[in-house]
Ligand binder design. Structure first.
Ligand SMILES: [Zn+2]
Length: 262
C-alpha cells in the first residue's frame, strides 16, 4: 500500500536541517509523494529547490498565504508571480498554493482579498489548480470562485459550514483532511459527506496536533497511514481501496504520474 500527503510545508523553518530525516521517515511509512505548500517568496524558492532535489517524491505549490499578506516586503507579491510564471514548464510546480482568506486577521481582510485575487488570476494564467485556506471565510470564497476560470479547486482542512461543503462537492472541488479526522467529530462528518473521489489526505506539517496519537510528535507524512485507516473506518471501506483512491485522486488533481514501485 502506498500513501500521499497532498498538503505539507516542507520549506518551513521547523523542518530545516531535518529534511532527509523527514523524507526517509515518509518513505519508510510508504508515503510516495507530497505537495509542499508555500507561504511567501522565501518558501516558494525553498519548495522549488526541494522539488528539484527530490524529484521522485516532492512537488511544489507556489503562492502567498493569507497569513503572509501583512509581512509582504516591497514588490514581493510581484516577485512570487514572476517566479511562478517562469516555472510554467516545470512539471514539479503542480499548484498555486497555499492561498486564501483567514477571518482571524479581519484588520487586513481587504489586503488579503487583493492578494488572493492576484493568486487566482495567476492560477488562471498558468492553468494550475489552486490549494485554498478558508478559515472563517469559506462561504465568501465559495461565492468568489465562479468568477475565475480555475482548472481545479482544493479546499484544505475544510471544517465548516456544511452548507458550503455541499456546494463545493457539487462543483467538483477536492477536500483535504488530515490528523484531526482521527479525533474531531466535525472533521469526521466532513469526511463522511465528501465522495471518496473528491477526498485527499494531508498533514499540514509542521502544524502540531495535541491529541492522541499525535501529541508530542513532530508532524510528518508518516502520520498519513493513520489518517487513511480513519478515512476507511468512516467510509466503511477497505484500507487498501481508500489508499489506492487517494493515489488516483492525487494524480488526477495535480496532473502527475506517480512512481508507486519506489
Ligand atoms: Zn497549510
Amino acid at each position: 500500500m502506498k500513501f500521499v500527503d497532498a498538503h505539507i510545508h516542507l520549506s518551513d523553518e521547523e523542518y530545516m536541517g531535518h529534511i532527509d530525516e523527514v523524507l526517509a521517515e515518509a518513505k519508510s511509512s510508504s508515503v510516495v509523494a507530497l505537495v509542499s505548500n508555500s507561504m511567501d517568496l522565501k518558501t516558494c524558492v525553498g519548495n522549488l529547490e526541494l522539488a528539484e532535489q527530490h524529484p521522485e517524491m516532492v512537488y511544489a505549490a507556489l503562492g502567498v498565504h493569507p497569513w503572509s499578506v501583512k509581512g509582504l516586503k516591497g514588490d514581493e507579491l510581484h516577485q512570487v508571480i514572476e517566479l511562478s510564471s517562469a516555472q510554467r514548464g516545470n512539471r514539479a510546480f503542480v499548484a498555486v498554493g497555499e492561498i486564501g482568506l483567514d477571518s482571524k486577521y479581519t484588520a487586513i481582510l481587504n489586503a488579503q482579498v487583493t492578494v488572493f485575487d492576484s493568486m487566482l488570476r495567476l492560477a488562471e494564467k498558468l492553468s494550475r489548480p489552486v490549494i485554498i485556506h478558508s478559515r472563517g471565510t469559506t462561504v465568501q470564497i465559495v461565492d468568489m470562485l465562479p468568477s475565475y476560470r480555475l482548472k481545479k479547486v482544493l479546499l484544505h482542512w475544510f471544517s465548516n459550514p456544511i452548507s458550503a461543503l455541499a456546494k463545493a462537492v457539487e462543483r467538483g472541488y477536492y477536500i483535504t483532511e488530515g490528523p484531526p479526522a482521527v479525533y474531531s467529530n466535525g472533521i469526521r462528518d466532513v469526511v463522511k459527506r465528501v465522495p471518496l473521489t473528491n477526498l485527499l489526505t494531508e498533514t499540514d506539517g509542521p502544524v502540531r496536533f495535541f491529541k492522541a496519537p499525535f501529541e508530542g510528535k513532530r508532524t510528518t507524512p508518516a502520520f498519513i497511514p493513520t489518517v487513511i485507516r480513519t478515512f476507511a473506518k468512516i467510509k466503511n471501506r477497505g484500507i487498501e481501496e481508500v489508499a489506492e483512491q487517494m493515489l488516483r485522486n492525487f494524480e488526477e488533481f495535480f496532473d502527475v504520474k506517480l512512481d508507486v514501485e519506489q
